[in-house]
Design a protein. Structure first.
Ligand code: DC
Length: 224
């Protein structure tokens, strides 16, 4: 089989990765592989079937997915990724605040990371993909020639998240979101395995003052 193309987009929360990955995949006619959604699916499973927290249950979660590989499915509709668990579409459920709060236990676990990485490699064997994540260019597909690291000022990233979640841009809810975002950055960057960092050969794009089209254009220029 000829090797398929992998475009890796890494960066912190709110840097624009998922929006850019969606637009870019449409332009390139690739699939958009959302790696965070796979971590969220493992987390959702832990919360749904194993207990009120995933902390301490990471091995059990990884073990279940390795014994039941067909119970997690990923499909694409118009380049949008749908996540299926035990035959149910859980694409919306994995965005809940509980999953967002708990996902760090799963993403800190080497056993869970191995499950997610294997899933991504299987998909990249079948499809041309744009993948967004934290360690795609550094760890999962270090051999790809197409690596981008998206970043933006923290206040801009928090503002983008707040708009997505319909949270007013001032007040307690926004301050909490801002604090959570900084904490997530710190935990993603401090993680012992596969921390968030820019690959040496990745193109850095600061999206703070760029529109979606401008970022997509910049990436397309590099790809060409
Ligand atoms: O992008 P997201 O918010 O859906 O990601 C959910 C969590 O998964 C996030 O806290 C970081 C983690 N993650 C990771 O460790 N490695 C990836 N490749 C993608 C996400």
């Amino acid at each position: 089989m000829t090797a398929k193309t992998v475009v890796a987009l890494d960066g912190p929360a709110g840097s624009g990765k998922s929006t850019i990955a969606r637009h870019l995949s449409q332009r390139l006619q690739f699939e958009y592989l959302d790696s965070g959604a796979i971590y969220r699916t493992l987390t959702y499973f832990g919360l749904q079937y194993l207990g009120a927290t995933c902390q301490g249950r990471e091995e059990e979660i990884a073990d279940w997915f390795s014994r039941n590989p067909d119970q997690m499915k990923i499909t694409y509709v118009d380049h949008t990724q749908l996540m299926w668990l035990k035959g149910k579409d859980i694409s919306q459920h994995i965005r809940s605040p509980e999953v967002t709060r708990e996902v760090r236990f799963v993403s800190d676990s080497p056993a869970c990371r191995e499950i997610v990485n294997q899933k991504m490699r299987d998909l990249a064997d079948r499809y041309e993909v744009v993948i967004d994540g934290r360690d795609i260019g550094t760890k999962v597909f270090p051999q790809t020639r197409y690596k981008f690291y998206l970043d933006a000022k923290p206040e801009i990233r928090a503002t983008r998240r707040a708009k997505e979640m319909n949270i007013p841009l001032q007040g307690d809810a926004f301050n909490r979101l801002y604090k959570d975002l900084l904490e997530r950055d710190a935990s993603d960057m401090a993680r012992k395995i596969a921390p968030l960092c820019q690959a040496e050969d990745a193109h850095l794009i600061d999206t703070s003052d760029l529109t979606i089209d401008e970022v997509v254009e910049k990436i397309s220029t590099h790809l060409n």
